[in-house]
Design a protein around this ligand. Structure first.
Ligand code: NAP
Length: 323
C-alpha cells in the first residue's frame, strides 16, 4: 500500500507494531476478522526470520523453507486480506484515551496514526558483545547476519561467538563460504538444540573453543583477529580471523513504550495467556513478550491469540461483540 494513501485522520481498529512472524500472523487474523489494520515496521518486513537462510522447524515444510520466502508469503497473505503497512519507527504512544482512541507517533512526526487497539510485536534486537573493537569493526569484519555477509568471507577463517541455536545454525550456514570457523562459547557445553549440536560437531570446518570469551577485536582497516580468554585457566591467546559473527542472544528494544505496560525485570512485556498486557486495549505477541520459548511457530501462535483478543476488545467497545 502506498504510504501516501494512508490518512492519519482514519482511526484503525488495530495498529500492529512490528512486521515479524508474530505481527504478520496477527495481521492475517485481524484482517480476516475485518478489522481495519495498519502494520508499522521499523526496518524491513520479516524480522530475524528474513535474515535466516533456512527454517527447519516451522511445521509443514519437510527439508525446511527459506526464511525470506516464509515471511514474504506471510506478508502477501496478510496484504491479500487488506492489511496496510507503513514504514517508520514508533517513537511514542499516547494512551490518554479519548473515546478509546490511541495515538501512535512515528519518526517523531507531530501527527500520529490513530487506533482503537494496539498489538505490540516488536521482536527484539541482537545483543552486542560490548568489547573493544566491536563497534569500530562492525561492517568491517564484525557481523550480526550470516545470510547478509557470509559470502564476503569465502575461503577465510572466521569466528562465531555464542552457544545457542542462532550461533550454531549460522555457523553451519557459514561453512558454505569460510575455510575454518571457530565457535567461541563461554561454557563447556552448548545451549543449542541437540540436532544442531550433532551437525556442528560432525562438521570438520567447525572447531569449538569452550569456556572462553572474546576480550577484544583487533585489526587495521578490517578485522585481523580476536583476543580470546579462557575463563577457567585465565589463559589469553590471539586468534587470527577475518570475520567475527556475534550471536549471543537478544534484548527487547522497547524503549518507546516507557512504563506504559508492565514489563519483567529483563524488560520483556508481561502478557497473560490471551496476550493481554497490563493496559486495556494493548496486546503483545512474539519475542518481545516474557516467555520461555522464542520460535517462529510460537510467535505465530501468539500473533493469532493477540489478534483474537484485539478483535473481541474492538468489537466490545463498538458494541458489536458476539457473545
Ligand atoms: P540464546 O538461545 O539466548 O543463546 C545465546 C547464547 O549466547 C548462549 O549460549 C549464551 O551463553 C551466549 N551468550 C549470551 N551473552 C553472552 C555474552 N555476553 N558473551 C558471550 N556469550 C554470551 O540466543 P540465540 O541463539 O541468539 O537465539 C535467540 C532466540 O531465537 C532463542 O530463543 C532461540 O531459540 C530462537 N531461535 C529460533 C529459531 C527458530 O524458530 N527456528 C532459530 C534460531 C533461534 P549461555 O548459554 O552461557 O547463557
Amino acid at each position: 500500500m502506498d504510504e501516501d494513501l494512508l490518512s492519519k485522520a482514519d482511526v484503525y481498529d488495530v495498529i500492529i507494531i512490528g512486521g515479524g512472524p508474530a505481527g504478520l500472523t496477527a495481521g492475517i487474523y485481524t484482517t480476516r476478522a475485518r478489522l481495519s489494520t495498519l502494520l508499522v515496521e521499523k526496518l524491513g518486513i520479516g524480522g530475524k526470520a528474513s535474515i535466516t537462510d533456512r527454517i527447519e522447524n516451522y511445521p509443514g515444510f519437510i527439508g525446511g523453507i527459506s526464511g525470506p520466502d516464509l515471511v514474504h508469503n506471510m506478508e502477501e497473505q496478510a496484504k491479500s486480506f487488506g492489511m496496510r503497512t507503513v514504514f517508520g519507527e514508533v517513537t511514542r504512544i499516547d494512551f490518554n484515551d479519548e473515546g478509546n482512541v490511541k495515538k501512535v507517533f512515528i519518526n517523531n512526526e507531530p501527527e500520529p496514526y490513530q487506533c482503537l487497539s494496539i498489538i505490540i510485536a516488536a521482536g527484539n534486537e541482537q545483543r552486542k558483545l560490548g568489547v573493544p573493537g566491536e563497534a569500530e569493526y562492525t561492517g568491517k569484519g564484525v557481523s550480526y547476519c550470516a545470510t547478509c555477509d557470509g559470502a564476503f568471507f569465502r575461503d577465510l577463517d572466521i569466528t562465531v561467538v555464542g552457544g545457542g541455536d542462532m550461533a550454531l545454525e549460522e555457523a553451519i550456514f557459514l561453512t558454505r563460504f569460510a575455510k575454518k570457523i571457530y565457535i567461541i562459547h563461554r561454557r563447556d557445553r552448548l545451549r543449542a538444540t541437540k540436532i544442531l549440536q550433532e551437525r556442528a560437531f560432525s562438521d570438520n570446518k567447525i572447531e569449538f573453543i569452550f569456556d572462553s570469551v572474546v576480550d577484544e577485536i583487533f585489526g587495521q582497516a578490517m578485522v585481523d583477529g580476536v583476543k580470546v580468554r579462557n575463563l577457567k585457566t585465565g589463559e589469553k591467546e590471539g586468534l587470527d580471523v577475518n570475520g567475527v559473527f556475534v550471536f549471543i542472544g537478544l534484548n527487547p528494544g522497547l524503549s518507546f513504550l516507557g512504563n506504559i505496560v508492565k514489563k519483567s525485570e529483563d524488560d520483556y512485556i508481561i502478557v497473560d495467556k490471551e496476550m493481554k498486557t497490563s493496559r486495556e486495549g494493548v496486546f503483545a505477541c512474539g519475542d518481545c513478550c516474557k516467555k520461555n520459548l522464542r520460535q517462529i511457530v510460537t510467535a505465530c501462535g501468539d500473533g493469532a491469540t493477540a489478534a483474537f483478543s484485539a478483535q473481541h476488545y474492538v468489537e466490545r467497545i463498538k458494541g458489536e461483540e458476539y457473545v
